[in-house]
Every structure is written in structure tokens, then in C-alpha cells.
Design a protein around this ligand. Structure first.
Ligand code: UDP
Length: 513
């Protein structure tokens, strides 16, 4: 499976002096610094290191992100997992970014995103130097697709590079087919619906809902670099499982001409409450308080409402969400981000507006980061209002939860189609027009009535609702089986790692002068 050229050169430079310990496989993981990319990569590290056998996993990050990962790393150390966190300096100044802009969730404007990606590409040389100097030479790099520069590092070190996606194969194939069939040349407006070509299902979207990754003039260079690096990759690692989307996995693999490794759902590696709680950032709510509140609710009666780590919702839209939740008379946990808690919003929730007091018997509001996996895994949770980030959807799938879909941008509209039209475990809230990330307005996309209607349909949808819930339950059984010994993802992880057990890491080839 490993590229012959790489293997040949590896064995040539392997002079046979490496000790047995140094010859164990060493996986280097390079996540993009955004929660929806880092969390699944950290879980992948856990899945690989969890197999033991002396393997080493190195996670590459930056100082600010290393601080955020401290609780998680302490947990890994206590569990004896061979996962090492390496923090490389992040060149904010050189890339024209304010100091500390090391994660997409702290970038203040869309314009600075270009600088952020420039800064990530400047990590190329420090990463190569680090890997050359470290005594345990890497077996391969598993790199976020958004880091095409890691291809240069892999080439220079003569090791394979795998592209990593926390996106389903359905969305990857739709995006690929829309581009390869030049669909945008055949439509007259970005709001004109078209059928995604070459699929087994009839999926309709518009250009503005599915523009492709890194769309627009600002991103031409990065888009091309990503395309070339993905094409040259040794394989693709995806946070999905084969039984969820067999046709899409097979056909994405054919379309890419590259092995697709389905190794998920990654989040199922978190077996106990402590592991589920320490993910991403530290939780903004006392976990015991949250648990006690959930314990006091009847099974499958609470709806969890969260729009991930990157969306920003205006106070006018948040108030409509709140009023819709209240009108639905369902119990709920509602996550409002710190950046959304302006004075107007704080007052509306608090004494002046009285919202929190009015809903106190049914609603719990989390101000800041929520322990999402811990909440979703609690038996009291019966549904999830989500922005359709793929990690959130995989977490809902794993926990057997039907969802209300409220996509905002990026891959989220295609993910919605998958959940609503292919898996049929979702109720769309009815959003057709995307939000522009970083340029959010106070426009109200969904009124309180829309929220209330979707909530009723999700939690009290008669026969149709019961069937939806049953489908969600069944798919979670399949998800859990995939991750158990003998399951498809479990066995894929074994095979993925075996590629390297017979071809131990070599000594570094000389650096280019
Ligand atoms: N998440 C969390 N608490 C929060 C918000 C998000 O634990 O308050 C986690 C969530 O469980 C998921 C990730 O952050 O694993 C968000 O990824 P997703 O793909 O759903 O959305 P994104 O944030 O990338 O848009």
C-alpha cells in the first residue's frame, strides 16, 4: 500500500543501526488549528496509540493550542498513552496576524483568515527540522487537508503523507463531482438549484450552498495547493464508517483513485464521562451540575441546541431561538458562545429580560464551551439542534439522536442533505441561504415559529417522528459495532497501522541544500 518510491528510499537510508525501540511505527498528526479539526485528530491519536505495541503518536500544534490541550494531555499521560504533543512557534507577526491568533476561533475577521493560512504554511521548516532531529524518525504524516505544505515535509523526509478529513464521503464526493463536471458553468445564478451529478441519490443544492472548499479569488493558490497535495497523498483518512455510506465511500475512493480509510466515529473512543468532558476547551459549566440537571430529566426528553465552535449568531436571531424553544415547551440545553454574550443578550437572558427565569424548570443555558459529548451521551437527551458540522453530526449519529438541521456555511448544507435525505434522521429548520463566516449580520434566518415547529416535529412527530427516531437508533448500533473489535473501522485501524509495522521508520535522508 505504501508508495514504492518512498519505501525504496526509506530502506536505502535505513542503515540498520536503529534499535528495536526506534523502529516502532511513529505517526505524526498535523491538525488544522480549529476545534472541529483538532478534536477529531486528537481522538484519532488516541485510537492509534490505544492499540499499544510500542507505537508513538506525535501531535503537532502551537503554544496557544497546547495550553488548551493540557487537560487532555494530562489524561493521556495518566492513561499511559504514547502520545506526545509538540508545540511549534506560530509566526503571527511574520504573517501579519495579531499575537495569539493561533486558532480559527480567535480570528477577528474573515480578511485575517488568509494571513492565518499563510502563518500555518510557515510552520513547514520548523516541522521538518523537528522531525529530522528527533531520534524516533516518523513512519508517516497524517495531515489535515488544509495543510498542503505538509506534502513538502513528507517529500523531503521521504515518508508517506495521508490526507485527513472530518467530513463524510457523501459531502466529499458531492464537492468533487460538482467541480469535475464544471456544474457552475451551466447555471445562471448562484441561487439556481441543480442536481449533483454522478450520485445514486437525487441531491439538489445551489452554488451558494455548496461552493466548494476555499471558494473565491482570495483562495485560488491555497485551493490549488490543496488539490495537488490531496491528489499526491498516499491515502485519505476519514472520520466516518463504511456502513454509514457504503456507496459514497466506494465511489469517492474511485473518484480520487486513492485508498479511503474509514476509521470512525472517532468520538466513540471516549469511553467514560471524564474522557467525554475533557474535549476541546475546558467546559464553562460545572460537569456535576450539568449531570445532576440531566439526571433529573426523563429519558429522551431534552433537546441539546448548539451551533459548534465557529458560527456567530446575532442577538436578534438568538432571541428568536430562545423564544421558539420556550414556545415548544420542550426541555432543552442551549449553548450560547462567549462572543455572542453582548450586553443586550446578557440582559435579555437575565433579570431585565427574564428569559432564564421563565424557562428555569425546563431549560439549562450554557454560556461558553459545553461538554458536548458528555451531554449527548446522557439518556435524557432526545434530540439535537445542530449547525451540521460533521463532528456534531457524527456525535449525534453515534448517540442515536434525531436532529434539527440548521446549516450555516462550508460543508454544512451538503451534510444536511445527507442527514435529511439519505439517512433520514433529520428535520430541516428551513434555512436555504448561507451565512458568510466573519461577516454575520443581524438578519433573522428562522423565526420563533420556525424553531417551535421544527422542535415539535422532532420530539412529537407522530408515526413519522417515531420512524425517524428508530432509524437514528439503528444507525448508532451500527456505528458502535464499527468501532468494536471485528467491526469495519476497528479492523481498518489495524490494517492502517500494519502498513508500517513491517517497514520500520528509517534514518533521515540528507536535507536539501
Ligand atoms: N464542541 C464542544 N462544545 C461546544 C462546541 C463544540 O464540545 O460548546 C465540539 C463538538 O462536540 C465537536 C466540535 O466541537 O466535536 C465542533 O465540530 P463541528 O464539526 O461540529 O463544528 P465546527 O465547530 O467545526 O463548525
Amino acid at each position: 500500500m505504501i508508495n514504492n518510491e518512498v519505501r525504496k528510499s526509506s530502506s536505502v537510508v535505513n542503515n540498520g543501526h536503529a534499535s528495536t525501540q526506534l523502529m516502532k511505527p511513529h505517526f505524526v498528526l498535523v491538525p488544522l488549528m480549529a476545534q472541529g479539526h483538532m478534536i477529531p485528530m486528537v481522538e484519532l491519536a488516541q485510537l492509534i496509540a490505544g492499540r499499544g505495541g510500542g507505537v508513538l503518536v506525535t501531535l503537532i500544534t502551537t503554544p496557544l493550542n497546547a495550553t488548551r490541550l493540557k487537560t487532555t494531555m494530562d489524561r493521556f499521560n495518566r492513561s499511559g498513552l504514547a502520545i506526545r504533543l509538540v508545540s511549534l512557534p506560530f509566526p503571527c507577526k511574520e504573517a501579519g496576524l495579531p499575537e495569539g491568533c493561533e486558532n480559527i476561533d480567535v480570528i477577528a475577521s474573515a480578511a485575517l483568515a488568509v494571513n492565518f493560512f499563510k502563518a500555518t504554511s510557515l510552520m513547514r521548516q520548523p516541522l521538518e527540522t523537528y522531525l529530522r532531529e528527533h531520534k524516533h524518525y516518523p513512519s508517516c504524516i497524517i495531515s489535515d487537508s488544509c495543510h498542503p505544505w505538509t506534502w513538502d515535509v513528507a517529500r523531503s523526509l521521504q515518508i508517506p503523507r495521508f490526507t485527513f478529513f472530518s467530513i463524510c464521503c457523501f459531502t466529499l464526493l458531492c464537492t468533487h463531482n460538482i467541480a469535475s463536471h464544471n456544474v457552475f458553468d451551466t447555471i445562471t445564478s448562484e441561487r439556481e438549484p441543480f442536481l449533483v451529478p454522478g450520485l445514486q441519490d437525487r441531491i439538489e443544492v445551489t452554488q451558494e450552498q455548496a461552493p466548494g472548499f476555499f471558494y473565491g479569488d482570495l483562495w485560488v493558490k491555497l485551493r490549488e495547493e490543496i488539490r495537488a497535495a490531496d491528489k499526491a497523498a498516499e491515502g485519505v483518512v476519514v472520520n466516518t464508517f463504511r456502513e454509514l455510506e457504503p456507496w459514497y465511500v466506494e465511489n469517492y475512493q474511485k473518484a480520487m483513485g486513492n485508498k479511503v480509510w474509514t476509521l470512525g466515529p472517532f468520538s466513540l473512543c471516549n469511553k467514560d464521562v471524564n474522557h467525554m468532558t475533557a474535549r476541546g476547551n475546558d467546559a464553562a459549566i460545572d460537569e456535576n451540575k450539568c449531570m445532576r440537571w440531566l439526571d433529573s430529566m426523563k429519558p429522551r426528553t431534552v433537546v441539546y441546541v448548539s451551533f459548534g465552535s465557529l458560527t456567530f449568531t446575532s442577538p436578534s436571531q438568538l432571541m428568536e431561538v430562545g423564544l421558539g424553544l420556550e414556545a415548544s415547551q420542550q426541555a432543552f440545553i442551549w449553548v450560547i458562545k462567549e462572543v455572542e454574550l453582548c450586553r443586550e443578550m446578557t440582559e435579555w437572558l437575565g433579570e431585565a429580560g427574564g428569559f432564564e427565569e421563565r424557562v428555569k424548570t425546563k431549560g439549562l443555558i450554557i454560556r461558553g464551551w459545553a461538554p458536548q459529548m458528555m451531554i449527548l451521551s446522557h439518556p435524557a437527551i432526545g434530540g439535537f439542534v445542530t449547525h451540521c458540522g460533521w463532528n456534531s453530526l457524527m456525535e449525534a449519529i453515534s448517540m442515536g439522536l434525531p436532529v434539527i438541521t440548521w446549516p450555516h456555511f462550508a460543508d454544512q448544507f451538503l451534510n444536511e442533505r445527507f442527514i435529511v435525505e439519505v439517512l433520514r434522521t433529520g428535520v430541516p429548520v428551513g434555512v436555504d441561504v448561507p451565512v458568510t463566516w466573519g461577516l454575520e449580520t443581524s438578519h433573522v434566518y428562522v423565526t420563533r415559529d420556525g424553531v417551535e415547529k421544527a422542535m415539535r416535529s422532532l420530539m412529537d412527530g407522530g408515526e413519522e417522528g417515531a420512524q425517524r427516531r428508530e432509524r437514528a437508533r439503528q444507525v448508532s448500533v451500527t456505528a458502535k459495532k464499527a468501532m468494536e473489535q471485528g467491526g469495519s473501522s476497528y479492523e481498518n485501524i489495524t490494517m492502517f497501522m500494519q502498513q508500517f509495522s513491517h517497514h520500520p521508520p528509517a534514518a533521515p535522508p540528507p536535507a536539501a541544500v
